[in-house]
Design a protein around this ligand. Structure first.
Ligand SMILES: *Cc1c(COP(=O)(O)O)cnc(C)c1O
Length: 377
């Protein structure tokens, strides 16, 4: 945890779980990622953390934005972010929302089906539209697979069809899966994009955009790549295929990799207990759970690092639980989590790497537990 956040928590006197975002850390990560990825331009994926101070800071630093809904578009516009800095990256959009975005000046839209192309031809004529490729998300801790994208041959057909319908600015996008730690995942899909580029170019259809999506990893439990070295390696993989040989604009849409490491949640230990059922593990219940911000512990996919006041002392295995009366509200039962034996009711613990996909995943108040609060400091 940064000394800045530690000092903020020390003075905050919180009585419930709360997320704090170190804005200076977001700014520093943006500048470093931006330099590492250059000339690829960053479109921050707003869904990772849509707090106004985060969006404002990134807008001032020069970022563009990937938005997925009318609500996210209006949020950016209300902050004074120009519509031509937004890409509407959800491949399935309501026709009325496409028209709304287009009327406001949004000119970048994703699609991955004939039905969506029909909507764009109707509601966003002349926009730059990009077709998303299916990826399997292998190697990613939060795969995003299956739901988005189409097979390469179908993407080629769709882009030819779009060209035939008068769209002259066309592109391809993909997402390698969120928290993707394997660099090889990028090489494989970039090769597919380059092959598609060449097949279309042979028929006089020259793509103007490649959108390499997000997936840049944050630091959770276990080994993690250095985020900047990782981005440099992705940039090299892009440069090897695009650039003078295949001239296109390239954009990236980091969400997690930009904001996750800047956020810390303070939570309170509500109880340390045993079950008396022969399982030697203690059950540790926190005042935050799956429904109040830690949704990404679903299937124990994202494994957060946790600091306690007793770190360094002897530890033992635990099952980590959330506060609600829903038996699904267990954070880690399969994962080998060890916490200090001295841990007790009332202790404050700090969950690291929580700047992305936490507070907006929080329920509005399931079981009477408040949604996760957030302070940008
Ligand atoms: C969620 C999302 C992102 C961000 O992904 P991260 O893994 O958080 O970097 C980028 N692009 C699109 C289209 C998304 O839906």
């Amino acid at each position: 945890m940064s000394p800045h956040l530690a000092a903020w928590f020390a003075g905050a006197g919180l009585d419930r779980a709360h997320l704090a975002i170190d804005l200076a850390a977001v700014g520093a990560r943006y500048r470093a990622l931006s330099a590492a990825l250059s000339p690829t331009h960053i479109h921050y994926a707003v869904k990772a953390n849509p707090e106004a101070p985060v969006l404002r800071l990134l807008a001032e630093a020069g970022a563009n934005f990937d938005v997925a809904s009318r609500g996210e578009i209006d949020m950016c516009l209300a902050l004074g972010i120009a519509a031509d800095r937004l890409s509407f990256g959800n491949t399935v959009k309501k026709r009325a929302d496409i028209a709304h975005a287009y009327a406001k000046g949004v000119r970048l839209f994703a699609f991955d089906s004939a039905g969506e192309l029909d909507k764009l031809a109707d509601a966003a004529p002349g926009a730059l539209i990009y077709c998303r490729l299916l990826t399997d998300g292998a190697g990613a801790d939060w795969p995003l697979s299956r739901k988005f994208g189409c097979a390469d041959a179908m993407a080629e057909d769709l882009l030819r069809a779009a060209h035939g319908r008068g769209f002259t600015d066309l592109g391809i996008s993909f997402h390698v899966g969120s928290q993707q730690t394997r660099l090889a995942a990028w090489d494989a899909v970039l090769d597919r994009v380059a092959a598609l580029y060449d097949r279309l170019a042979a028929d006089g259809i020259h793509l103007s955009l490649v959108n390499i999506g997000g997936g840049f990893p944050a630091r959770y439990r276990g080994p993690a790549p250095d985020p900047i070295r990782y981005a440099e390696a992705v940039a090299a993989a892009v440069a090897a295929r695009f650039g003078s040989a295949r001239p296109v604009a390239v954009i990236a849409e980091p969400g997690r990799g930009l904001v996750a490491d800047a956020g810390v949640i303070e939570a309170e230990v509500m109880l340390v207990a045993e079950k008396g059922d022969g399982d030697p593990r203690r059950w540790v219940t926190l005042d935050i759970g799956k429904f109040t911000g830690l949704a990404e512990t679903m299937d124990e996919a994202i494994k957060y690092r946790i600091l306690t006041p007793h770190d360094g002392g002897p530890t033992g295995p635990v099952v980590l639980s959330g506060p609600t009366c829903d038996s699904a509200d267990v954070l880690y039962e399969q994962t080998d989590i060890r916490l200090p034996l001295a841990l007790r009711e009332g202790d404050r613990v700090y969950i690291l790497g929580c700047g992305a996909y936490t507070q907006t995943y929080s329920s509005v108040g399931f079981n009477g537990f408040d949604p996760l609060g957030c302070s940008c400091v």
